[in-house]
Design a protein around this ligand. Structure first.
Ligand code: MTE
Length: 318
């Protein structure tokens, strides 16, 4: 993602910003992720030892079982091996360094947690996590595509956002749905400076929010979300670039006017408001034609709407 005008860490050679030992271990780690330029073998050899050892230090995650949705049991490519989505994250509230998010987010808790749902709804109020999950948890395997041209395939555990909105009753004059992430600089070092306008905020059109593919997820791989993946609840919109999926969401507001969005506000020339996955529309710094899969490191073509065109293209027919 783009930061402000500051020079960005990923624009420097890694060797210029880290000492050699760290640099070498990062190289091995990136190779395990399939991002280090060595694609042959990928995770198979070096990766496994690395991830079972020093990198596999998460607190055990509580199980969160849910029936797998038949319609979303298979995303057309192999699942990303489980530890990887916990070790390579974008969560700027903690750090802009993807490989360090998990360490800095360790112990992060929103406790007590409530999801505020308000705005143009009939029954505004606070939902406990259990209230959301009681709407019918299911497991869905989705492709995930970051605008930085890396991608993964993960089994989310969640509830269609539509069910949450139906529970509170959307009023007829509503057009949009806004999402606000947590604000807690005590727990999140990235919120104590850095020049970003916290909390993170995102939004969808109402028809996008009501689409069956749009999930609020509270789990991943049959377990509760780890902090670095957006615990306790995040948005997942598989046909849009990953930054549309706000993590650790505490408020959903239904609005008439179009809400603002974090990255679109910062760089409207780089991040459009709707940010559907569009391989033919290059980003100034990343071609969007292909993507690198976490794990295998394979580079594969990016599909329009991230492969979900059959389900969503009608939303954008003019
Ligand atoms: N949500 C919050 N609150 N803060 C963030 O920095 N980053 C976004 C999105 N949601 C972000 C966020 C981006 S750029 C991406 S690609 C995904 O989260 C990354 O999700 P992951 O780390 O679980 O893969």
């Amino acid at each position: 993602m783009a930061a402000h005008r500051r020079r960005r860490p990923w624009e420097l050679p890694e060797s210029a910003v880290t000492d050699e030992a760290v640099y070498l271990s990062r190289r091995r780690f990136l190779r395990a992720l399939g991002l280090g330029g060595l694609t042959a073998g990928g995770l198979a050899v070096g990766g496994r030892g690395l991830l079972d050892g020093a990198w596999a230090q998460d607190e055990p995650l509580p199980p969160l079982a849910a029936p797998r949705s038949e319609a979303h049991a298979d995303a057309g490519r192999p699942l990303t091996p489980e530890p990887l989505p916990y070790r390579y994250n974008n969560f700027y509230e903690f750090t802009t360094d993807k490989e360090r998010v998990w360490r800095l987010a360790r112990g992060f808790r929103l406790d007590p947690y409530a999801l505020e749902v308000d705005g143009l709804v009939e029954r505004p109020g606070a939902l406990a996590l259990e209230d959301v999950e009681a709407l019918g948890l299911e497991e869905r395997v989705y492709r995930f595509r970051c605008v930085e041209a890396w991608a993964m395939t993960v089994p989310w555990v969640g509830v269609p956002l539509r069910k949450v909105l139906e529970k509170v009753g959307v009023r007829p004059e509503a057009n949009y749905v806004a999402f606000t992430s947590f604000l807690d600089p005590k727990q999140a070092p990235g919120q104590r400076g850095g020049g970003y306008r916290w909390p993170y905020y995102e939004a969808l059109r109402l028809d996008e929010a009501m689409h069956d593919l749009t999930l609020v997820a509270t789990g991943i791989y049959g377990k509760r979300l780890p902090p670095q993946c957006g615990a306790p609840l995040r948005l997942v919109v598989p046909w849009k670039y990953g930054f549309k999926g706000a993590k650790s969401v505490v408020r959903i507001e239904v609005t008439r006017a179009r809400p603002r969005c974090f990255w679109n506000d910062l760089h409207p020339d780089e991040y459009s408001w709707s940010s559907n996955v569009e391989p033919d529309v290059p980003h100034p710094r990343w071609s969007q034609a292909t993507e690198r899969l976490l794990g295998s490191g394979d580079r594969v073509p990016t599909l329009p709407y991230n492969g979900y065109g059959e389900q969503v293209a009608r939303l954008y027919a003019t």
